[in-house]
Design a binder for this molecule. Structure first.
Ligand code: SAM
Length: 199
């Protein structure tokens, strides 16, 4: 069954090399890109923690929005190597960029709160307990905004490489941490959502 332990080690070799090509044609990929872009444009964050950053999918967007500080964290050094190639030149010149190996459950490399945290295509790949830990950590290090994707169902159901999370439990976790759900955008009809949290 889906687990953060397995998800932390599987994005290597061919899975890393073919990551972008395998996904760029997906409708879900396109909707995520458009929605994350719209949400970030509305806020214009000055600093972003993107975890997991993967192959650096949103680096171009961060450059276009003139984000001044970008911290990208991923457990896979191979994914990070691909991300490093995507750092736009303008960003190298005008922004502080750090791409580092790390764990979404403990952001040791974040010493001050960041304006915004982005977490796309991750919470549906880890078990419930890990999802809660990652959420707590994001809500701790983010100052104003969190943009995330998750897969919801009426209850937590772990499958071989995806999980649906209990939407009620998720919402109560958010509420207890004094964050609010600003927007929920369903993606396709399979439970995936792009969620914007604020405080
Ligand atoms: C499906 S990819 C998503 C990457 C990117 N956010 C995107 O939308 O393309 C999942 C990523 O999570 C990373 N990962 C897995 N476990 C992690 C952990 N505990 N901490 C940080 N990153 C992790 C993997 O290495 C992989 O790059």
């Amino acid at each position: 069954l889906v687990s953060i332990r397995q998800t932390s080690t599987k994005y290597r070799g061919r899975k890393a090399e073919t990551y972008d090509a395998m996904r760029q044609k997906q409708v879900r990929w396109k909707i995520e890109n458009e929605t994350v872009e719209r949400m970030l444009r509305e806020i214009r964050p000055h600093s972003v923690l993107d975890c997991p950053i993967g192959t650096g999918r949103f680096l171009r967007l961060y450059a276009d929005l003139s984000v001044r500080e970008v911290i990208g964290v991923d457990s896979s050094d191979e994914m990070l190597r691909l991300a490093r190639r995507k750092v736009p030149r303008s960003m190298k010149q005008h922004a502080k960029v750090r791409l580092e190996v790390g764990d979404a459950r403990k952001h040791d490399c974040v010493d001050q709160r960041v304006h915004c945290v982005v977490c796309v295509r991750f919470l549906d790949l880890i078990e419930e307990e890990a999802m809660h830990a990652v959420m707590q950590e994001m809500m701790r290090v983010a100052d104003k905004l969190i943009v995330l994707t998750i897969r919801f169902g009426p209850k937590y159901v772990p499958k071989s490489n995806t999980a649906t999370h209990d939407s009620k439990k998720f919402l109560s976790l958010v509420r207890h941490s004094k964050w609010i759900v600003v927007e929920r955008v369903p993606v396709l009809n399979a439970g995936w959502e792009i969620v914007r949290l604020g405080r």
